[in-house]
Ligand binder design. Structure first.
Ligand code: NDP
Length: 234
C-alpha cells in the first residue's frame, strides 16, 4: 500500500533516515528542506516551518504531486542553547517557534486532508530533554515537552476520525545537532546512557516507521522513548 508521506526537515539526520525507511516500506515520500539541496530520490519541497504560507504552499505542492498527506512526520527542529540568566527572549521564542509552533503549523495543515480521508498518522519528533530537562536548554526542553501535550490533545480530537498522533522522544543521536558537543560532554552523556552509546538516526527512524505503519493502528497519544534508557521512568 503506497501512501503519501511528508517528513519535515528530511534533508539530513533523523528526518532523512525516516524518509528512507518510509520509502523502503513502500510509501511515496516527500520531504521538506530549508537550506541546500534536497537528497535525490525524494520529492523535495523547500519550506521554512516558521512561515505558515510556506507550509501551506509545501502541502499544496505535495498534494498535487503525490496526493493528500496520509503520514506526517514533524521532525524539523533546532536548538539555541544558553543558560536562562543569559538567554535572550529571541532565543527562547525562536526555538519555541520552530520546534513547537512549527509542529502546530504542519499538523494543522495536514489534518485538513486527513479528516476528509478519515485516516492519518501524525508522528512528532520530540526529545528526552523535554521530559528530563537539560541545563542550558530551557527553551528547547519547553518546546519538546510542549509537543507531548499538543500531540495528546490531537490524539483526543482526532481519534474518532481514525487519525493517530504519537510522539517519539529520541535520546542523543549521532547527527549534526550533536556534532558540536565537546569530547567531555559527549562522554558525560554516554556515561548516563544504559546502552553506553549514542543512537544512529536509523534507530529512531525504525520506531517512526512502526508508528506510521498499519500495525500501529491502535497506538495513539503515546510517547515512545528511543533513548538507550537515558530517560527511564518518563
Ligand atoms: P539536524 O540538525 O541534523 O536536522 C534538523 C533538520 O531540521 C534539518 O533538516 C533542518 O533544516 C530542519 N530545520 C530546522 N529549522 C527549520 C525550519 N525553521 N524550517 C524548516 N526546517 C528546519 O538534527 P537531527 O536530525 O538530529 O534532529 C531532527 C529532530 O530530532 C529535531 O526535531 C531534533 O530536535 C530532534 N532530536 C534530535 C536529537 C539528537 O540528538 N540529534 C535528540 C532528540 C531529538 P536545514 O538543513 O535547512 O537546517
Amino acid at each position: 500500500m503506497s501512501r503519501s508521506a511528508l517528513v519535515t526537515g528530511g534533508n539530513r539526520g533523523i528526518g532523512l533516515a525516516v524518509a528512507q525507511q518510509l520509502q523502503a516500506a513502500g510509501d511515496s515520500v516527500a520531504l521538506t528542506y530549508r537550506s541546500g539541496e534536497p537528497p535525490a530520490g525524494f520529492l523535495g519541497v523547500q519550506c521554512d516551518i516558521t512561515d505558515s504560507d510556506q507550509v501551506d504552499a509545501a502541502f499544496t505542492h505535495v498534494e498535487q504531486e503525490q496526493g493528500t498527506v496520509e503520514v506526517l512526520v514533524a521532525n524539523a527542529g533546532m536548538t539555541q542553547d544558553q543558560l536562562l540568566a543569559l538567554m535572550s527572549e529571541d532565543a527562547f521564542s525562536s526555538v519555541l517557534d520552530t520546534n513547537l509552533t512549527g509542529a502546530f503549523r504542519v499538523a494543522k495543515r495536514a489534518v485538513r486532508g486527513m479528516m476528509r480521508q478519515r485516516s492519518g498518522r501524525i508522528i512528532l519528533v520530540s526529545s528526552v530533554v523535554g521530559m528530563l530537562g537539560s541545563a542550558g536548554q530551557a527553551n528547547y526542553a519547553a518546546a519538546k515537552s510542549g509537543m507531548v501535550g499538543f500531540a495528546r490533545s490531537l490524539a483526543r480530537e482526532l481519534g474518532s476520525r481514525n487519525i493517530t498522533v504519537n510522539v517519539v522522544a529520541p535520546g542523543f543521536v549521532d547527527t549534526a545537532m550533536t556534532a558540536d558537543l565537546g569530547e567531555d560532554r559527549r562522554n558525560e552523556i554516554i556515561a548516563n546512557v544504559p546502552l553506553g552509546r549514542l543512537a544512529q538516526p536509523a534507530e529512531i527512524a525504525s520506531v517512526v516507521r512502526f508508528l506510521a505503519s498499519p500495525e500501529a493502528g491502535y497506538v495513539t497519544g503515546a510517547l515512545i522513548p528511543v533513548d538507550g534508557g537515558l530517560g527511564m521512568g518518563h
